[in-house]
Design a protein around this ligand. Sequence first.
Ligand code: NAD
Length: 487
Amino acid sequence: MSTIIHKKIPTYYNFAGGEWSESTSKELIESFNPATGELVSYSQKSTIQDVSQIIESVQHSFLTSDWSMNPKRRYEALHSLAEKMTEKLEHLALILTMDQGKTIRESRIELSGCIDTLKYFAGAARSVFGRSMQLEPDNFGVVVKEPVGVVGIISPWNWPALLMIRELAPALAAGNGVLVKPASLTPSISVEIFKLIAEIPHFPKGIVSIVTGPGKSIGAAMAASDKIDMISFTGDTSTGKSIIEMGAGNVKKVALELGGKSPNVVFEDANLDKAVPVIGRSIFISAGQICMAGSRVVIHESIKDEVVKRLKEYAEQLRVENGLLETADMGPLVSQSQLDLVEEYCEIGRKEGRIITGGYRKTGETYDQGFYFTPTIIDGLMAGSRVVKEEIFGPVLAVQTFSTEKEALHIANDSDFGLSAGVWTSDLNRAVRMSKGIKAGTVWINTYNKNFPETEFGGYKQSGLGRTRGVDGLMEYCETKHVHIEM
Ligand code: NAD
């Protein structure tokens, strides 16, 4: 069945073999602006047949071009993309906000993060070092790093530009061929970035491709394909588990960046003037739709009332509105189903605890067509409540209290997730003890959400497998080979 196309709305195509192509299904996916409900783009509803052909074209390019052996070419290609994205930043920011709903200010931050990441990994492409060593008087060992081969990158909708580039840049820097599948809710920004890739002659034809379509069919086909050597997946923990199962057929390498339920632990000696706005931002940025959201605040009992009062004030002064407005602090949620989910958790919070602020959908003439929710704080929940345990992926902060450092550590770690945590204290010894005790891939001391391409990011426990960013992030996309020489 073909879709009825509105001519003014952009239609995005797959990019493979260095060319733009339509899906054999002739069907399109419609994407809507979460702030207004308006149609913003069409993209290809690709089939398993499309994906198989595209995977073959990436593999062909990987095997026949000089990409894997030419670090300087990789440097030029990634650097050129960074430059093109810099030129187009405002245009891309508009697309990102209309695609995803986030504020325009946040879109600029996300895109600047992409540019920084591309520049870092452009340089890293020329520094994929192995090592060499004398092993015996006549035995010499050389350990070399080689690309894995064809990498499938499956990305989510919440930070669709950066979470794609965060994987694309190191995968390409290491010399792999790459096929990206963006989330169906937010394909526009990814394909817009591929329009820039298409203009860069340093990329061999077909080495980097994009296919759009449903995760359950084409994402799964990528995960199961024996022509894909590695899947880099960012998304929900349950999907991540199924990716591991699907990839088992060819013992595929898998890197997973999954969910979180991260705590901010606030001790009685914390600088609250600094802590409160950062903690507030850590949960309300992206309307809470961010893997590292500080979705639990764990407060020493002696300062609990004061911290909650200040967080309530912070939440209530946020301007929730269409992200295209420069004044917006928080945009809408990404979809109706995300809105329903957040409402459901707030209902649980209302029954099991006490809503301090928010807890409802924002309605009114300018809000009704979008998926707006109020910044929400919930107190008085038991440790086993679903609101405390599960990732909500919305602007909902759960308050927990402790009386001793030991209890604070126990509460911080009382989660199936282990993505990130914040510790707020002016006692350096305590900060170090907490950072050692917390089971999470990132621990921020007296700050939160500070991310750099140089520093590794990833999850303990059910928050993921492997690391992205930094040296380990580059090595994730490499195989290790020992070449042994006997003289
Ligand atoms: P999701 O798992 O629903 O989808 C992610 C991607 O996987 C999409 O492209 C989707 O189409 C695809 N997909 C869905 N089902 C699939 C299947 N069966 N096989 C293969 N691919 C499939 O996740 P989402 O809702 O897009 O993103 C939100 C989740 O992502 C949250 O849990 C969040 O914490 C997590 N996340 C983690 C990080 C991190 O760095 N750890 C970053 C951002 C988001």
